[in-house]
Ligand binder design. Structure first.
Ligand code: GDP
Length: 328
């Protein structure tokens, strides 16, 4: 059985940058045991003053676009720049496969072998709401442990991107050139969230297509209204496999951060994200309290059948249940 450390032991280990203890603390964050979660929350609270000093970058793109290859190359470049890098993955357990899309691959071998890097796959068996809160806590622990850059990876298929956008400073979308459909199954909404597009696999043999794609996406991005942060999204070309375009990408992110810090939007964005986290937590806790009541739960199950067969109106039923819950 896993032995829990004391709050003070976790805190000390994390502040000393001990990767083993950091890893154990994230396991605590990911645990579904209430006592573990409580301890984890106290730990995050305890190290809060040591957080916030990293650059938080979200990286997304469809499977096969080269995310892990990119993160490996980008991470190595950052290490060479003297940065410490943590990689977290958001991969909500698929309802269909009940498995992890990201966890089963051997990924980022070089990066994971370096003591200045920390790689954490997604917690498994957790829904998106749960993953996003847990990833936020894991991110804060990594910051307290002294990591300068946090890369948060998602598979670019939908909801999880919104969750990541809600916790990072910069959102990078990896794309391919000439892969048929202009948007390659990437939803338009995701493109609108991106602060930069990186067209990967831009190598000699498809450089013309890559340049054309760059022009195309740059034009498409110009059609979106300029955000209130004053940033106009950029399109970059590169090859994760050949480790090309990594420094240019980092330079762009640094430019972005400088601009955001100058115009006050960097802190404003983070403050807004914290408030959103609070709102989400309230809703999450309310939902849990609601469903943890046995009577409510069983009435809900009965109501579900009525709703399925169409004899009850979901909203009326929800109102009834809520009234009962509030009277308890
Ligand atoms: P992910 O599913 O988005 O994480 O993609 P991977 O990083 O696993 O890459 C998918 C495939 O594309 C692998 O076979 C990689 O070797 C290959 N790949 C990734 N980046 C590049 C690149 O820049 N150029 C080329 N030619 N292949 C790449």
């Amino acid at each position: 059985m896993r032995k829990r450390k004391s709050l003070a032991e976790y805190e000390k280990g994390i502040l000393e940058g001990d990767r083993v203890i950091l890893s154990q603390a994230i396991t605590l964050v990911e645990s579904n045991l209430e006592s573990d979660q409580l301890l984890a929350s106290h730990l995050v609270q305890q190290v809060m003053s040591q957080t916030g000093n990293s650059i938080r970058i979200g990286i997304t793109g469809v499977p096969g676009v080269g995310k892990s290859t990119f993160i490996e190359a980008f991470g190595e470049m950052l290490l060479a720049e003297g940065k410490k890098v943590a990689v977290l993955a958001i991969d909500p357990t698929s309802q269909k496969t009940k498995g992890s899309i990201l966890g089963d691959k051997t990924r980022m071998e070089k990066l994971s072998g370096d003591s200045r890097a920390f790689i954490r796959p997604s917690p498994s068996g957790v829904t998106l709401g749960g993953v996003s809160s847990k990833t936020r806590e894991a991110m804060l622990l990594c910051e307290a442990a002294g990591f300068d850059v946090i890369l948060i990876e998602t598979v670019g298929v939908g909801q999880s991107e919104t969750a990541v956008k809600g916790m990072v400073d910069f959102f990078l979308l990896l794309m391919l050139a000439g892969a048929g459909d202009e948007l390659q199954g990437i939803k338009k909404g995701i493109m609108e969230m991106a602060d930069a597009l990186f067209i990967n696999k831009a190598e000699e043999e498809n450089m013309t297509a890559a340049k054309r794609a760059k022009q195309h996406y740059q034009n498409a991005l110009h059609l979106f209204p300029l955000g209130e942060n004053g940033w106009s999204p950029q399109v970059l070309l590169g090859s994760a496999m050949q480790k090309k375009g990594m420094k240019a990408c980092w330079d762009l992110i640094e430019d972005y951060c400088q601009l955001q810090k100058r115009n006050g939007h960097f802190d404003k964005n983070r403050a807004g994200q914290r408030v959103k986290w609070l709102e989400e937590s309230v809703l999450d806790l309310l939902g849990r309290a609601f469903f943890s009541q046995k009577e409510i739960r069983s009435e809900f199950e009965i109501g579900k059948e009525k709703v399925k067969s169409g004899i009850a109106h979901p909203l009326v039923l929800a109102n009834d249940l809520l009234e009962k819950f509030l009277k308890k």
